[in-house]
Design a protein around this ligand. Structure first.
Ligand code: URA
Length: 190
């Protein structure tokens, strides 16, 4: 199995379920990385550029990278759901981002698990609840953020999603503290 094969399978599945017109945003970066970052789903800018974590999310990613003192090339970056979940704003008729639903997550999980096996990172950093729950089931981010969790011979390191804590100063401080602890772990293990 390689990424090209599993992404082709995903694309076929998405076409079958949602039709031809959904753009897929595949994982991006170093396919031999020790660190894999998993977000929720692409938004408008990711869909436009065909790349995860661009636009505002890319700025959040820059901060993440700065604190860890790594480069984007040191990461493999992907999302649980690889098509943009959207709804139509009835007033403007425009697409707006929404959280992925159960069906989209279930449809995408197998591809995510295969990505993990193929890239084989030492540490998987999950951003927010969607990737955390997709991999570990019924856990709460508030209970496990900033803790290393053993996962099939690797570790998961859950973080709050930076987009969700922008307006919450105390959670933002927790996020930064968790990142600083992650940096220590990476320095001695990756
Ligand atoms: N952009 C992504 O690619 N993933 C997220 O989770 C948020 C924004």
């Amino acid at each position: 199995m390689d990424l090209t094969t599993i992404y082709k399978e995903y694309s076929d599945k998405i076409k079958e379920v949602f039709g031809e017109d959904r753009k897929i945003v595949y994982g991006d970066g170093n396919t031999n990385a020790d660190i894999m970052l998993i977000g929720e789903a692409p938004g408008r800018f990711e869909e436009e550029q065909g790349k995860p974590f661009v636009g505002q999310a890319g700025k959040n990613l820059d901060e993440f990278i700065d604190i860890l003192e790594i480069k984007r090339e040191d990461l493999f970056i992907t999302n649980v759901v690889k098509v943009r979940p959207y709804k139509i704003n009835e007033k403007t008729g425009r697409k707006v981002n929404r959280a992925p639903n159960k069906k989209e997550i279930e449809l995408s999980l197998d591809t995510l698990l295969k990505e993990i096996e193929i890239v084989s990172p030492k540490i998987i950093v999950t951003l927010g609840n969607t990737p955390l729950k997709a991999l570990l089931g019924d856990v709460k981010i508030g209970d496990v953020h900033g803790k290393l969790i053993e996962y099939n011979g690797r570790f998961i390191y859950p973080l709050y999603h930076p987009a969700s804590i922008i307006y919450n100063r105390s959670l933002y401080d927790v996020y930064i503290e968790d990142l600083k602890n992650l940096k220590k772990y990476i320095k001695s293990n990756c």
